[in-house]
Design a protein around this ligand. Structure first.
Ligand SMILES: [Zn+2]
Length: 374
C-alpha cells in the first residue's frame, strides 16, 4: 500500500494518492466528457465537455476525500489516531494506527463516511434544484446532478455489508458487539465481502456477454479489488492476533553486545560490525545505556574521519520509548518502531539490557511458528 504520491495535510492527516488513482481519474473524466455530459446537456463543444468532465472528476475526488476525512475525524475524536489517508481507485483507505478496541467505536467510525456522502448527495441535489429553478445554467445543473447521483452511488457501494467496506465494518461491529469475538466477526464480514465480490465479477462477465464491455470490465475490476481486500483484511487481523500474543522476550535477540561511547568508529567497525554482523549496537557510557549506533550513523561519516570520530558523537540518542520490557507484546514493539521510525528497540529488565528486538526478529519468529504450526 506504500506506493503513491503525497499530496498535502488536512487536520494533521497526510493525504496521498495511490498510483492507480491517476488512471481512474482519467477514465472518469473521459467517460463524463464522452458519455454522461453530451447525453445530459447536448449541443456543446467537445472542448467544453472535456473541461466540464475534468472539473466534475475533480469534484468527485473532493467528495471521496470528504468521505474519508469523516471517518478519520471521528476516529481521531474517539482516540484512534489516523495519520494518513490513501485515495484509491474508487474510494480511500484511512490508515488507522490501530484497530478500534470496541465495537461501538468501530460502528461510529464506519457510519461517519456514508453519513457524510449522504449529506453531500442531498446538498448537491438541493443545489441542482435551485439552479434548475433559475434555469439559466444547464451545465451547472448537470454537474450538481451528477455529483448528487455519484455520492449516492458511493453510499450504496460502501454500505454493502462486506468487509473491508464500511457496510462490512458495520456488520462486523454488530456481530462483534453481540458475540464479543472479533476474529469470528471479521471472518463472517470478510466472507460476505468475498461473496459479494464473486457476484460482482460474475455479473461483470454477464454484462460483457451482453455487449456492455466497459461496464462489465469495471465490475470485474472492482470485484477483484474487493476480493483481495477482504482476504488481506482478515489475514491482517490474524497477524495482529499473533503479534499481540507474542512476547518481546521470545522474539528478541539475546546476548546483546554493547559498545562504549568513547570508542572510535574505526575500532567499532572493525571489531563489532565486521565481527558480529549486526546492523546496530546499543551504546553504554558509565554503565548507562545512552544510545544506539547503526550502520547508517557510520555511513554518513567520511571514512578518513573514522579514526578521530567517537561513537557518542554520531549515535542516535536513545528515547525512553525505544526501551521495552520482555513481557511487552511484539505488537507493541512493532508500533514503537513505526512511531520512532527505527528498526530496533532495546529490551531491558530491572535496569539491565537483556536483548534487542528488530522487525526481522519478529518476522523470523512468526515464520518459525507458522512452519511448526503453532
Ligand atoms: Zn467509507
Amino acid at each position: 500500500m506504500g506506493r503513491g504520491v503525497k499530496l498535502f495535510k488536512i487536520l494533521g492527516i497526510q493525504i496521498s494518492l495511490d498510483y492507480t488513482w491517476f488512471i481512474v481519474f482519467g477514465l472518469v473524466a473521459w467517460s463524463l466528457a464522452q458519455g454522461y455530459f453530451p447525453l445530459t446537456i447536448p449541443g456543446l463543444t467537445t472542448f467544453t465537455y472535456i473541461i466540464v468532465g475534468t472539473i466534475s472528476a475533480a469534484l468527485l475526488f473532493i467528495c471521496v476525500l470528504i468521505h474519508e476525512l469523516s471517518h478519520s475525524y471521528t476516529s481521531n475524536k474517539l482516540g484512534i489516531e489516523v495519520k494518513e489517508i490513501t485515495l484509491f481507485i474508487f474510494g480511500g483507505v484511512a490508515k488507522l494506527t490501530k484497530e478500534p478496541d470496541d465495537p461501538i467505536k468501530e460502528l461510529k467510525i464506519a457510519i461517519a463516511g456514508p453519513a457524510a456522502s449522504t449529506a453531500l448527495a442531498a446538498t448537491f441535489w438541493v443545489l441542482m434544484r435551485l439552479v434548475d429553478a433559475i434555469s439559466i445554467y444547464p451545465v451547472l445543473s448537470a454537474v450538481f446532478g451528477y455529483l448528487s447521483m455519484i455520492n449516492m452511488v458511493l453510499v450504496a457501494f460502501n454500505i454493502i455489508p462486506g468487509f473491508p467496506l464500511d457496510g462490512g465494518r458495520i456488520l462486523r461491529a454488530i456481530w462483534w458487539n453481540k458475540t464479543g469475538d472479533l476474529q469470528k466477526a471479521t471472518h463472517v464480514a470478510s466472507q460476505v465481502g468475498k461473496g459479494f465480490a464473486a457476484l460482482l465479477i460474475g455479473f461483470g462477465f454477464f454484462q460483457i456477454f451482453l455487449g456492455n464491455f466497459i461496464g462489465g470490465l469495471w465490475m470485474i475490476f472492482i470485484g477483484m479489488f474487493l476480493q483481495q481486500a477482504a482476504d488481506s483484511g482478515y489475514r491482517q487481523l490474524l497477524v495482529n492476533k499473533t503479534l499481540e500474543r507474542m512476547k518481546v522476550g521470545d522474539a528478541m535477540t539475546m546476548n546483546v553486545i554493547a559498545i562504549a561511547g568513547d570508542s572510535t568508529l574505526a575500532s567499532v567497525v572493525e571489531k563489532y560490525f565486521f565481527g558480529y554482523h549486526f546492523a546496530g549496537f546499543p551504546v553504554v557510557s558509565d554503565g548507562q545505556i545512552t544510545g544506539m549506533l547503526t550502520l547508517n550513523n557510520v555511513r554518513i561519516i567520511p571514512q578518513q574521519e573514522w579514526n578521530t570520530t567517537l561513537v557518542k558523537d554520531v549515535m542516535n540518542k536513545i528515547s525512553p520509548d525505544a526501551i521495552l520490557r520482555p513481557e511487552d507484546s511484539a505488537m507493541d514493539a512493532l508500533s514503537r518502531m513505526i512511531n520512532l521510525d527505527t528498526g530496533r528497540v532495546i529490551v531491558m529488565d530491572g535496569g539491565k539490557i537483556v536483548g534487542i528486538i528488530t522487525r526481522r526478529d519478529i518476522m523470523k519468529l512468526m515464520e518459525f511458528k507458522a512452519d511448526l504450526g503453532i
